[in-house]
Every structure is written in C-alpha cells, then in structure tokens.
Design a protein around this ligand. Structure first.
Ligand code: SDX
Length: 388
C-alpha cells in the first residue's frame, strides 16, 4: 500500500520521473552514449545481429552459439501467419496506414494463444518467438495485400532481415542491403522508457497477454512525435528541395513554432548516437547503389538547424537519417514506422518480461482541477453550454 505521502508536483509527460527500475538499456543524454545490457550500441551494430541482440535484450546475456542457433531456428519456424490473419488483412481498406494494420494484426494474435500462462518461462519464450517471427511477415503481407496481391510465404533459407526484404519486394535482396537493414534493426531495438515502451509496461502491469502489450505499444509508436517522425522527415526534405533553401525553411518553421521533424529528444542534448551510425549506413548504401539526392539537403538542414537550435540541445535524432536508408533499401515511405516497430518489438518484449519479474500495476496520481460538488440541474432548466 502507499508508503509515503505522494509528492504533488505536476510533471508533464513524466519528464525526469523514474517510474521503474530497469537493467535493459542505459542512455547518457549529455554525452550521447547508448548501451544495451552494458554493451555500447556502436559495438553491437558493428559486430552483432538483430536476433542476437534480441536475445541479449530479453534474457540479459549474449547467447552461446548453440542458444543463438536454437533461437534463430525457432524464429524461422514461426514466421508464417495463420490464413485467418491474412484473410482478416484482406478486409482492411487498402488506403489504411500500415501501422494501423500492424496494430490490428498484432492484437489478433491474442485470439490464437491463451493468455493465462504469463508466469511460465516457456510461455514467455514462445510468445517472444512468435512475435519476433511474425511481425515482419505481417508488415510485408499488408504491403502486398494493399496492392491487390497475395502475400508470399517466408523463405526458410534466408536470414531474418533478408527474408523481410524478400517478402516485401518479392526479390532476394543484395547481401549488403540485408546486412544494413539488420544493423538498422539493432539501432532501433530499444531505448529505455520512451513513450511506446512505457505503454508496453503499463499494459503489461495489468497482466494481460503479450499480444495486447505489443498492440498497445504499436499504437503509441505510430504518433508523429515518436516513431512516425521518420516519414515526415523525408516530406520535409522534399519540401525544402535544395540545400540552399534549408536556412530559410528553418527560420520560417522556428518563427511559426513548428517542430523540425527528426530533431530534438527528451534525453539527448547532443546528436543522437544512432543518427550518426544511420548516417554512415546511408553513405555505405549510397557508395554501392547511388546517392539519394535528398542527402545533401539533409546535411544542409543538420548544419543550419544545429546553428539555430544547438544551443538548446536540439540535434538530429534517430528518425532524421533513417528514412534515407529505408528509401534506398526500397522500403515504401509509410512502412518506415512499421520497420521501426519490427525492431522495437525486441525492446518492448524485454520490458514486458522485466515488468512481470517485479510487477506493480501502474496507477499514477493527478492534480484535480475540475468543478467542486454541484447540484443536479433538471434538463428543462439547462441552457446549451459551449463545448470546444
Ligand atoms: C523518437 O524517447 C525516445 O527515446 C524516443 C525515440 C526512441 O528510440 O524510442 O528516440 C524515438 O521518438 C525520436 C523522436 C522523433 N520525433 C521527432 O523527431 C519529432 C520532433 N521532435 C520533437 O517533437 C521533440 O523534440 C520530442 C518530442 C522528440 C521531444 O520533446 P520534449 O522533450 O517534450 O521537448 P519539448 O517539446 O518540451 O521542447 C523543449 C523545447 C521547446 O522550446 P521552448 O518552448 O522551451 O522554447 O525545445 C523545442 C521546443 O519548441 N524543441 C524543438 C524541437 N524539439 C524540441 N524546436 C524545434 N524543433 C524540434 N524538433
């Protein structure tokens, strides 16, 4: 029960308020450092694979070679989705946003699997495998279905990221493209208590099933202030058009108090370390497959924005360069956030498992600012009050 009087200081957006203890991810926002279970993100992105860091995030240690082979094999075996989910997707409007399709499809998995065994490690393992395996299949399936085609089955001979690109584009990807996507998935997998992970923990704290937890987090990630910014960055770069117009665009946006998409962060006061790595991945892709003409515009925006906003600690975040990488990989723009979700499922599941390990249902307080007790007014005595 309540241990000490609640501090009644309002903290909008819970800024700076610790609401849990976690050993999954550490961020040093002043220095721009990020680590998963103590391993720096730069080492993991260079040395590891998405499935290996998924195992690390969820179970806390890098897997042995046998453990990794087993985990990869289980994920590979569970990539297919039920025809019922596929047929449900065929009822979705083709004009619907893929994040809405993903949220509905992820939630539907809860219909197929019992929800009452979340205290059993084998249930947790099975749920992790199913979600990590099936989310990419769902994202790729909706892409084909909304084009009026049947989705294609996963290929067991392709590794995780290569298989996703294959299911999405119907072509076996270049090994460099698959490796770069896998490194993007590592970069986006986890970021402590961001909004969607907080959603996941709040939902998990009610002991509902993991599919509802992931559906809740997908819905939160979709917002333009969170995972949805990567789409908007490209639109902004295209609106600016040429590097020379970056300064003028920024001045006008700042004057009108419009947020610059892909910039700023609640934690980082310097350039997001993931943005720097994504920039180098973009350059690696451009060197092989040709440069995206928006890259020069992006670099001009970064330079001009840092002059104008750097003093406030506003620099590029993870969403600023990711869209240029994804576009070069042939991923449609409105799938950029679903790709972010494919990756972040690993972090959400790590927090789900951690929450179950030391659970207390989230139920914060509020400062009531409404009306004091009032006398009932019969309908005939009421006048129409204006509602905004
Ligand atoms: C992600 O939390 C995470 O870890 C998220 C994430 C993850 O991996 O999960 O890193 C992924 O969500 C990245 C962020 C993607 N979103 C965007 O790029 C949208 C644009 N960014 C902003 O909306 C904003 O920077 C946030 C939402 C990211 C952070 O918002 P905060 O911490 O609530 O900051 P704020 O809105 O209170 O702004 C503080 C000041 C304000 O100026 P003042 O009123 O004090 O003068 O900074 C300004 C803001 O106007 N500011 C910006 C700005 N971001 C903050 N000004 C211009 N452009 C921006 N992008």
């Amino acid at each position: 029960m309540q241990t000490k009087p609640i501090e009644m200081t309002l903290r909008p957006g819970l800024e700076g308020v610790p609401v849990t203890q976690s050993s999954i991810c550490d961020i040093d926002g002043a220095k721009g450092n990020l680590s998963y279970r103590g391993y720096p993100i730069g080492d993991l992105t260079a040395q590891s694979s998405f499935l290996e860091i998924t195992y690390l995030l969820i179970w806390g240690e890098l897997p042995s070679p046998q453990q990794l082979r087993d985990f990869e094999g289980e994920v590979q075996m569970h990539r297919r989705m039920s025809f019922r989910v596929r047929d449900m997707m065929k009822c979705f409007p083709a004009t619907g946003h893929p994040m809405d399709a993903l949220q509905a499809s992820a939630a539907s998995l809860g219909l197929f699997y019992s929800r009452r065994a979340i205290d059993k490690p084998e249930y947790i393992y099975d749920a992790v495998v199913r979600l990590i395996a099936k989310i990419p299949t769902m994202v790729a399936a909706f892409q084909l279905i909304r084009k009026g085609q049947d989705p294609i089955q996963p290929r067991d001979d392709l590794a995780y990221s290569a298989n996703f690109l294959y299911m999405l584009t119907e072509r076996e990807p270049d090994p460099l493209a698959a490796r770069i996507l896998d490194r993007c998935l590592i970069l986006h997998a986890e970021h402590s208590l961001n909004a969607s992970t907080f959603s996941a923990r709040v939902t998990a704290s009610t002991l509902t099933d993991p599919y509802a937890v992931i559906a809740s987090a997908v819905g939160t990630l979709a917002g333009p202030l969170h995972g949805g910014a990567n789409e908007d960055v490209l639109a902004m770069l295209e609106e600016i058009g040429v590097p020379e117009k970056a300064g003028q665009y920024l001045d006008e946006a700042i004057t009108n108090k419009r947020k610059i998409m892909g910039f700023g962060h609640r934690e980082y006061r310097v350039k997001d370390p993931r943005a720097s790595i994504l920039q180098s991945l973009a350059e690696e892709l451009f060197a092989r497959f040709g440069k995206d003409e928006m890259y020069d515009v992006a670099q001009a925006v970064e330079l001009e924005a840092s002059k104008r906003l750097g003093a406030k600690g506003i620099y590029p975040n993870v969403d600023f360069y990711s869209g240029l990488v994804y576009r070069k990989l042939g991923i449609p723009r409105d799938l950029f956030t679903p790709v972010f979700a494919i990756s972040r499922v690993a972090g959400w599941l790590a927090h789900w498992r951690e929450q179950l390990g030391a659970n207390r249902i989230f139920r914060p307080s509020q400062i009531y600012t409404g009306m004091k007790t009032r006398k009932w007014i019969p309908p005939e005595e009421r006048n129409s009050s204006s509602v905004d």
